[in-house]
Design a protein around this ligand. Sequence first.
Ligand code: PBG
Ligand code: ZN
Length: 329
Amino acid sequence: MASFPQIRLRRLRRTAALREMVQETRLHVTDLIYPLFVVAGRGVKKEIPSLPGNFHLSSDLLVKEAESAANLGIPAVLLFGLPKTKDDTGSGAYNAKGVVQQAIKEIKRAMPELVIITDVCLCQYTNHGQCGVVVDGYVDNDKTLELITRTALSHAEAGADMVAPSDMMDGRVAAVRGELDTNGFQNTIILSYAAKYASAFYGPFREAAESTPQFGDRCSYQLDPPNLRQALYEVEMDIQEGADIIMVKPALAYLDIIAQVRQRFYVPVAAFNVSGEFAMIKAAAEKGWLNEEACVMEVLTAIKRAGADLIVTYHAKEVARWLKSGNLI
Ligand code: PBG
Ligand code: ZN
């Protein structure tokens, strides 16, 4: 058996060309999903303070933003809605004329090929900010399912290619699949936020989506961060219930979860590089403490190396440009 000095692992690292030849993981623009926030009205484009470079957009300008992403080669957008008014049951979420439903139609008209994914949840639409129907201070699972399925169906009817339930209620994937199939939407894809943790890294998003819970937290439905086996159980259940793609969220503090899910299951795996992960790098880069491009590429490549096929990231457009410019990571 050869060993040092015959074996020298540094031989393959000597030049950039050699390193590229033996590079094991490569980020590609088609891995990216670009999140967008739609608001009511026309002509609205307001930068989100907690997510620099991301905007609250009315559907007319959201179409332009989606177009610019598509022109960079990004295959999919993920839509979040901020309704005009909120109520107890989040009725804006399943209103056929709601902000997301309108935006889907406008994007589809302009760009039929762009894949439209919709976040399916109630928290942006309820006045209490919880992801479901509250009964005696507790989020009622089965009552919430009815509204989640209505929301998903309304998105499919508007033309969404994929619906992404993010509420973490039990049984939601089966309920959504059933509702879609009964109504003739057999081909609408379910991307399930299967392993979604009760994470502190959602802070900037909640400011952006105005979805901070007005009482309590989300710990009675989202996963507890120390748990791996429960995450695998959630993923297994969602696949059994008919999820086409499963998601792990957040990404960076959960690379072990991504890796294990990748090894154990066959469906494509998505990871959500969440708002707090974006904000940490942005803020440090603004201070001149980190090189933004290098850090983002390193992080996203790590998420892919862990096993993610798809990555939701607020950096999607910047990454698409960096990939085009051909810089080596
Ligand atoms: C809510 C939802 C959340 C995110 C997407 N949908 C977080 C939450 O539980 O408040 C987080 C996205 C992000 O932080 O980037 N269903
Ligand atoms: Zn929610």
